[in-house]
Design a protein around this ligand. Structure first.
Ligand code: SAM
Length: 303
């Protein structure tokens, strides 16, 4: 039906797991298997031309490859061996923007099933500390499997409510980077988009937004925090710009970073620093990303 047709036009994005391989090696492997590499995409429309076994490097993210919609890699060697991660491009943005240095201490607040955690580990080259929390036991055990397959070793998983993690604990005294991808309505997922609005939708959004704001405020309490990425797969401003707006009002020591000027879809006014993603403008699921950074206090002599 109509829903299926819409699903068809989101390409298959694949993130190369640089903990186990390189983009060049994956491209060579696929070429030997009869795939056709067409180089790096130049425009959004290049993605619409993909068919059969042809593929591209993504326009914005160099570790992401793009294939036609529904290309199935679940039984492919590269997937089973953890060399590639099946992850929508939009969901690769949070770790890409947080960009924690090799050796840093990082918190992934709501981490399961862990695709963003494994991306963070790849950026950190498995060096440093990656504290990952999730409330859901089952999702956390899926996550352990996924991280094992991806060769992640710098993580410390905890089945814990992030809101109850003590920012003053000496464990986190060096944590400067936090990724917060909390539970959301999921309204950006293309397959869910046409679901009839539930009667309780408004209340549900309000309670999700209240939770998201509490999480974001909590993230800013860690004493050494410098950068926090906030993301959702929701299209509702209640869960996106409104959460960021309330948080900034309550935490004047933080400001938004202007993300990737060449990205075509921005946060709703006045939050142009933030990014949105959707099928029409970015060929991805619906998504929102904001990067908050601590304002540095004026140095002596500059006051
Ligand atoms: N970042 C994950 C990834 O990329 O694979 C997806 C995270 S999903 C959007 C949100 C997660 O938050 C769920 O796994 C849920 O169990 C978890 N969660 C919900 N409330 C939480 C809380 N208070 N503390 C920690 N995790 C929580």
């Amino acid at each position: 039906g109509f829903k299926e047709m819409q699903g068809d036009v989101i390409p298959r994005f694949v993130r190369v797991n640089t903990l186990k391989t390189t983009v060049e090696d994956v491209i060579d492997y696929l070429k030997r298997e009869g795939f056709t590499y067409q180089g790096t995409a130049c425009r959004l429309e290049d993605l619409d031309q993909l068919s059969g076994k042809s593929f591209l490097c993504d326009l914005h993210l160099k570790d992401v490859l793009v294939f036609r919609a529904k290309m199935d890699f679940h039984n492919h060697f590269l997937y089973k061996a953890g060399h590639i991660i099946l992850q929508d491009k939009a969901s690769c943005l949070p770790a890409f923007f947080l960009n924690p240095p090799v050796g840093s201490h990082v918190i992934d607040a709501c981490a399961a099933p862990g695709n963003k955690t494994s991306h963070l580990a790849a950026i950190m080259k498995n060096k440093g500390k990656l504290f990952a929390f999730d409330l859901d036991t089952k999702r956390l055990s899926t996550m352990s499997t996924l991280l094992l397959r991806a060769g992640v070793t710098c993580q410390q998983l905890a089945n814990q409510d992030f809101l109850k993690v003590d920012p003053q604990s000496s464990e986190y005294k060096e944590a400067k980077y936090i990724l917060l991808d909390p539970s959301c309505s999921g309204s950006g997922m293309v397959c869910l988009r046409d679901e009839a609005l539930e009667p309780q939708e408004d209340k549900r959004l309000q309670s999700l937004a209240a939770f998201q704001l509490r999480c974001l405020n909590h993230a800013l309490q860690f004493p050494q925090v410098q950068r926090v990425v906030y993301s959702t797969c929701s299209v509702h401003s209640e869960e996106n710009e409104n959460v960021v707006s309330a948080c900034l009002q309550q935490n004047p020591g933080f400001r938004l970073v202007h993300l990737l000027p060449s990205w075509p879809e921005r946060g709703h006014d006045p939050f142009k620093q933030c990014l949105r993603a959707n099928q029409a403008k970015t060929r991805t699921h619906g998504f929102f990303v904001a990067l908050l950074e601590k304002c540095s206090p004026p140095r002596e002599g500059e006051k």
